[in-house]
Design a protein around this ligand. Structure first.
Ligand SMILES: [Zn+2]
Length: 502
């Protein structure tokens, strides 16, 4: 029995260790910004804007798919990322918004799966020049691997000046973008010098718990608790206490591992610092980190992100209510119009249709400022389509609800008994009263149409002159619910179809 328990116990440990390794994410930035030292000189001189005036910064988002235009991240995640970024920067002078109230799409398998490759870098450099009015963010499916964890994102370094992030980090709660923007503005990791070797007993058993004078990575001076070398050690920021990359090995937000600095003084890191590797600790920037970011913002190299534009900072907080077609309603294959209710604060709507409920296949994506959208493509007949709408504005979307989708079914293509007509349809059918006809013909024709009640009375009639191709015509609306007929007549034939008004 005892043996069984022991085996079981070790199995749990192995799973726990494996799970922890799986989720432990790291940042791809290891170098100190070449601008940091210059920025610190200005900081100590007080040579920067200390008025706390808000600086508005556009985030240019590149949603990267493969060469076939597949594998983009769901746009709702991008809209939700913007208010999350602003929440993390609420105590700083920076506010962020979605550049151009839009998302750029890039089809490039190399950027999608290997953004650090040289081919991808050329593409990104070109796009960074083309979209030089904000911080460029590329969203990639796969980033390069590193030994100590899964790379979640990185800042390319100045002057390339772009950020790359993995799909998993594009959401409201992840602080990866906030952290990378910190690197963009020249901040280093609070644990700089310990990147690949967190200070822990198992790796430093000969000296534990006293830290060495020089760090294992980049041979940096190890920061002391008394602050005496804070201006030249680790991140060079004096209001961030020493951190020997404990975040990578410590699961919680209260490090109690017992590590001591080279003087033998117990180290108490700031677990909630944005530039540490602690996870889920409600991270912040310190006052000096915030000021150094302002210094960096004011340098010549950063002028391209300056703008007088004042965006809204109020994201959309509600979901769209879909009106039609819903609940598997029948629709045609052409000119299908999707309708939904207006959403407060929304300036644009992202509309998606797909053949699958998870929107993974046969997806089309559209943007509109209206509360309806007519699908420009001809749809496949006699199949199901799913559609959903995400309302947003340049401050993004911070709805905590779930974006629902609706289904409609396309009708079988109805061919015509009237020889001159290839096909015609009544849309929508069932209808709430409006009667629209779609007619496809090979030549110009004169047709007449009659709306007929169940008892045979002709309720209305109309004459249409068609041209070649597909055209739409409208009959007078029907006021009361029930079954009706539409009779279409040419010189060569008559055809009648049933209409349901509900
Ligand atoms: Zn980092």
């Amino acid at each position: 029995m005892k043996q069984v328990l022991t085996v079981f116990f070790f199995t749990i440990l192995a799973i726990a260790a494996f799970a922890q390794e799986e989720v432990r994410g790291v940042c791809g930035v290891t170098e100190l910004s070449p601008n940091l030292d210059k920025n610190l000189v200005k900081y100590y001189k007080g040579d920067f804007d200390q008025t706390e005036a808000i600086k508005y910064i556009a985030v240019v988002v590149h949603n990267v798919g493969n060469n076939a235009g597949e594998g983009y991240i769901y746009e709702r995640n991008i809209f939700q990322m913007i208010p999350g970024l602003n929440e993390y920067y609420k105590d700083t002078d920076f506010r962020f918004y979605l550049a151009d109230n839009d998302i750029n799409y890039l089809n490039s398998t190399s950027v999608h799966t290997n953004p650090e490759g040289s081919f991808a870098q050329i593409k990104m450099k070109n796009l960074r020049s083309e979209y030089a009015h904000g911080i460029n963010l590329f969203i990639a499916k796969k980033l390069g691997d590193v030994g100590i964890g899964t790379k979640l994102g990185y800042f390319s370094g100045y002057p390339n000046d772009w950020i790359v992030m993995k799909h998993s980090e594009i959401n409201y709660s992840s602080n990866t973008l906030a952290h990378e923007v910190g690197h963009f503005f020249s901040l280093a990791h609070t644990f700089y010098g310990w990147e690949n070797h967190p200070f822990q007993e198992e790796d430093f058993s000969d000296i534990w718990p006293i830290a060495p004078v020089n760090s294992p990575s980049f041979n940096q001076k190890v920061e002391l608790v008394d602050g005496s070398n804070a201006t030249t050690a680790a991140d060079r920021i004096t209001d961030t206490p020493p951190d020997y990359n404990f975040g990578l090995i410590w699961p919680g937000c209260d490090y109690d591992g017992g590590a001591k600095d080279p003087n033998g003084v117990l180290v108490d890191p700031q677990e909630k610092n944005q530039m540490s590797y602690f996870n889920g600790c409600d991270p912040i920037f310190t006052p000096m980190q915030s000021d150094v970011m302002v210094v960096d913002y004011e340098t010549v190299g950063r002028e391209y992100i300056h703008s007088d534009y004042v965006p809204t900072l109020e994201p959309v907080v509600e979901e769209a209510t879909l009106i039609s077609p819903i609940e598997g309603e029948a629709a045609g294959t052409t000119n299908v119009t999707l309708k939904w209710e207006a959403v407060d604060k929304a300036t644009r709507y992202f509309v998606q249709i797909s053949r699958t409920t998870d929107f993974s296949e046969f997806v089309n994506r559209y943007y509109t400022t209206e509360t309806q959208f007519t699908i420009p493509e001809t749809l496949t007949s006699d199949v199901n389509y799913f559609w959903r709408v995400v309302p947003f504005n340049e401050a993004g979307n911070h709805s905590e609800g779930v974006t629902g989708s609706e289904k409609f079914t396309t009708q079988p293509l109805a061919t015509s008994d009237i020889q001159e007509i290839n096909a015609w349809n009544i849309l929508p059918n069932p209808t709430t009263g409006e009667v629209n006809l779609t007619i496809q013909s090979d030549k110009a024709l004169t047709l007449s149409a009659q709306l007929i009640a169940l008892d045979g009375r002709v309720l209305s009639s109309k004459v249409f002159n068609t041209n070649t191709g597909q055209q739409n015509f409208q009959m007078p609306s029907i006021d009361s619910k029930g079954t009706y007929f539409l009779r279409l007549m040419s010189n060569n034939g008559v055809e009648t179809r049933r209409i349901i008004v509900q």
